[in-house]
Design a protein around this ligand. Structure first.
Ligand code: ADP
Ligand code: ZN
Ligand code: ZN
Length: 788
């Protein structure tokens, strides 16, 4: 008997291997590996979605269930992706179905609508009079119960309608099919409107939108001409995210400078199959090198993936790719709707798109024949997904580059220590760009201002030095970028009398003030409440803002520089679709003098008129309990400094800090990555952190704190018994934010070199949540965690 191995969409340990299902006669020959199917599962034979990973034969037709229906006409996952899922499963500690689903657009993963289908006329008349396509999910509970009863009696069945099918958008075009026939087409003179339409067509026989034509002519007139074979209609599938492509002017490759040429040649003529690490200072022309490598790849008839961090996936970057490669580009980012993402995915899958530009998950783009994969700003922590499956885009890129024999290039001005160390050991091939590409642009001058020694009456957030510089640039009509490092620095409300701070009832964290909605919000669980007018603790009226969010700074800037036009860019002002683009457009057109924002503004922006970058607070990242905090600070300061002086005008950078002697800050002042790398490596070696050791973090959570602690110790001793003495197990300790969503979190950190035993033990730990005695226990295993 023909059978299929199906991974079902029920993420549990016991379902993490394929189940065998029989292929019924009517589906034989249709079903292939990589297709989605509906199969009955469990005792109730509930229908669930699954993915066929392999076809097989079986003799055991007694005990096996049949596949109920197939959802695809062609596989949605190819052989490479199915193997990639196996590879991921071994390294990311989440279920295989989660790995498979990560490769598909949401629309294909979301459950299908059940449409109720009456099977006989009587049922139809009794229960469905006047109703068509009844969706099960929209019925009341009583109605659903009735339907289920009817289903038991075999009076109705369910049909599953893919949301994706509904979600596809078409546009209809009309065009004259036979111009001679049109000329000869006789229309009675009293049919005025038809006459008019004929004249219109003679004037404009080419392709036009029916939508437009319909403004002047009715449907029946158009139909009349269609029926007579004069015009034809064409339905074209629309890509929803692509409307602005036509507006972007095409551009040509620049002549590469010596350094760029060398890097370019090394990649395209290189014979080794090692990945490349391209270390190039900000503005050194890395992007231009990427563009030309991709052009070369396309010329060879191959395809390319270009990854950029979500936060820098701005129109400035994407437009450069569209300008160079036009319609061959597909763009994937998180601000697209599910429908838009699906459209882009189809464009890639069908082979129409040859270059995919996108954030982390674009690494899964279903391209065939990949010639080049580029990861820009490779040090960015957003390349690691911090929900299941917890993969790093770099690891997926390594797998895919290997599979396709493609070139893999990782670029950064401040490479991660892991990558830089690999380059040093010769695992990666090292390429460098040491100068700014625009010969007139110089690396900006950086000034560190000791905040502690420069407190002043005028402002709590700005030193006089920074205020003076801002005024100077405003006077010269030049532009200014100001960055506030938001992490751990958002505004909260504190009572000036008793010191009370309002905290989230579900999480151990203070609530954040949002002036626009006049609420206090929890950034972890979404809890929200109105701003109390008095202190809930002592009833004092002196219950005021404290700390400095971007809103607060904006207010202050407005007071200090009433004549300046200020734009603010943070999570609040960029919530709406397109808002991000609008703000940057405005700033680019010099409709504002100051761009104030969070980390969001540090990356990738290229505005020639910006001559001053101010960092309001360099320290916040330094104070985090994370071994990468110095690295993050150095990277952020270097990136943001790189926004100044990108064209002919000289750029200046002012960094305000309470830690002017800290090496991450001092070395950022001198743009000295090499020195930073050396110093930081020593620290990592001493403390046995990456890149000298690998790390795995285990987070154990439970509503009951004692239970969370007890289980943490259980896991710790299980692991301790499995690993050699080369591995170090730290913890369990409470997480820095010990409670969120009413759950208590404890963590264990393991540092190790290579331990096969550890992998096995960690999978056992993952299994613990399936144990009936461990109800309510949640375990997250995060290999190479990026945030602590
Ligand atoms: P990076 O990606 O390293 O920050 P970009 O590729 O954005 O650098 O280049 C910085 C600026 O220099 C851009 O304005 C770009 O147009 C310009 N540029 C890049 N390469 C060249 C070149 N070969 N000749 C002239 N200008 C260049
Ligand atoms: Zn109080
Ligand atoms: Zn909360």
């Amino acid at each position: 008997m023909k059978a299929a191995q199906v991974i079902i969409d029920v993420p549990l340990m016991q379902t993490d291997h394929p189940f065998t299902y029989l292929i019924p006669d009517n589906l034989q020959g249709l079903i292939q590996a990589g297709m989605r199917v509906h199969v009955p599962f469990g005792q109730g034979n509930r229908l669930v979605q699954g993915i066929v990973v392999e076809l097989s034969e079986t003799n055991d037709d007694e005990n096996l269930k049949e596949i109920r229906e197939v959802l695809d006409l062609e596989p949605v996952l190819n052989k490479e992706q199915l193997e990639l899922a196996d590879h991921m499963r071994k390294t990311v500690f989440s279920y295989k179905i989660t790995c498979l689903k990560a490769m598909l657009p949401n629309l294909l993963n979301s459950n299908y609508d059940k449409i109720v289908m009456p099977l006989d006329q009587e049922t139809k008349d009794t229960f469905f009079a006047g109703k068509e396509n009844l969706k099960f999910s929209t019925l009341t509970e009583d109605e659903q119960a009735t339907i289920l009863k009817l289903k038991k009696e075999d009076k109705v069945s369910f049909e599953y309608e893919a949301k994706s099918r509904e979600n596809k958008k078409y546009e209809t075009f009309i065009q004259v099919d036979d111009i001679e026939k049109l000329k000869d087409f006789e229309i009675p003179t009293r049919a005025k409107k038809k006459q008019e339409f004929k004249e219109f067509l003679l004037e404009k026989p080419g392709k036009k939108q029916v939508k437009e034509v319909r403004k002047n002519f009715s449907k029946s007139i158009i139909d009349f001409f269609v029926e007579n074979g004069i015009v034809k209609l064409e339905h074209v599938e629309l890509r929803r995210a692509q409307e602005h492509f036509d507006k972007i002017k095409a551009d040509k490759p620049l002549v590469l400078n010596k350094g760029q040429e060398k890097a370019y040649q090394a990649v395209i003529n290189g014979t080794s199959d090692k990945p490349f690490l391209l270390e190039g200072i900000t503005g050194s022309g890395k992007t231009e090198v990427y563009l030309q490598i991709i052009a070369h790849t396309l010329n060879e008839g191959k395809t390319a993936i270009m990854l950029v961090p979500e936060i820098s996936l701005t129109p400035q970057i994407t437009n450069r790719f569209i300008a160079r490669f036009g319609d061959q580009v597909a763009i994937l980012h998180s601000r697209l709707s599910d429908g838009e993402k699906y459209d882009e995915w189809r464009k890639i899958e069908s082979g129409q798109a040859k270059v995919v530009v996108g954030a982390r998950s674009a690494i899964f783009a279903p391209l065939e024949n990949i010639g080049t994969i580029i990861i820009d700003e490779e040090h960015e922590s957003s390349y690691k997904q911090d929900s299941n499956p917890r993969y790093h885009a770099r690891d997926i890129a390594l797998f895919r580059a290997d599979w396709h024999k493609a070139k893999l290039i990782m670029g950064s001005a401040t490479p991660s220590l892991e990558s830089r160390a690999r380059a040093e050991r010769g695992v990666y091939e090292f390429l460098e760009l040491k100068e700014r590409a625009n010969p007139l642009a110089r690396v900006p001058k950086v000034d560190i201002i000791d905040f502690g020694k420069n407190m002043n009456e005028k402002s709590a957030n700005f030193t006089l030095q920074l205020l003076e510089k801002i005024q100077e640039k405003l006077d010269k009509n030049e532009q200014i970028v100001l960055m506030l490092n938001r992490r751990g620095y958002s505004s909260f409300i504190m009572c000036r009398d008793c010191g009370y701070v309002e905290e989230c009832p579900n999480c151990d964290i203070s609530l954040t003030l949002h002036m626009d909605t006049k609420t206090l919000d929890c950034h972890y669980c979404g809890f929200q409440e109105a701003i109390p007018s008095r202190c809930p603790n002592c009833q004092s009226k002196k219950f005021r803002y404290y700390g400095s969010g971007t809103q607060k700074i904006e207010e202050e800037l407005n007071n200090l520089f009433p004549q300046a036009r200020i734009l603010r860019m943070d999570v609040d002002t960029t919530k709406k679709k397109g808002a991000h683009e609008q703000i940057l457009d405005k700033f680019g057109n010099h409709e504002a003098d100051i761009l104030l924002g969070t980390q969001m503004i540090a990356k990738g922006l290229d505005f020639p008129n910006v001559t001053l970058v101010g960092v309001i607070n360099a320290d916040t990242a330094l104070n985090l309990p994370d071994f990468r905090s110095s690295e993050r600070t150095f990277q952020l300061l270097t990136q943001v400094a790189g926004r100044a002086g990108r064209a002919n005008k000289e750029g200046e950078v002012i960094i305000q800090t309470f830690n002017p002697e800290h090496y991450a800050i001092k070395l950022a002042e001198h743009h000295d990555y090499e020195a930073f790398y050396k110093q930081e490596m020593q620290y990592r070696r001493t403390l046995a952190y990456p890149p000298y050791f690998y790390t795995v973090q285990i987070v154990v959570s439970h509503k009951n704190e004692e239970e969370a602690i007890k289980k943490s110790y259980e896991i710790m001793s299980l692991l301790a018994s499995k690993v050699t003495d080369k591995a170090k197990i730290l913890g369990p300790t409470a997480k820095p934010i010990a409670r969120t969503h009413n759950m208590y979190h404890y963590q264990i950190l393991i540092k190790y070199r290579f331990e096969e035993e550890l992998q096995i033990a960690l999978n056992q730990v993952l299994e613990m949540t399936q144990d009936k005695n461990n109800k309510g226990l949640r375990i997250i295993i995060d290999s190479e965690p990026q945030n602590f």
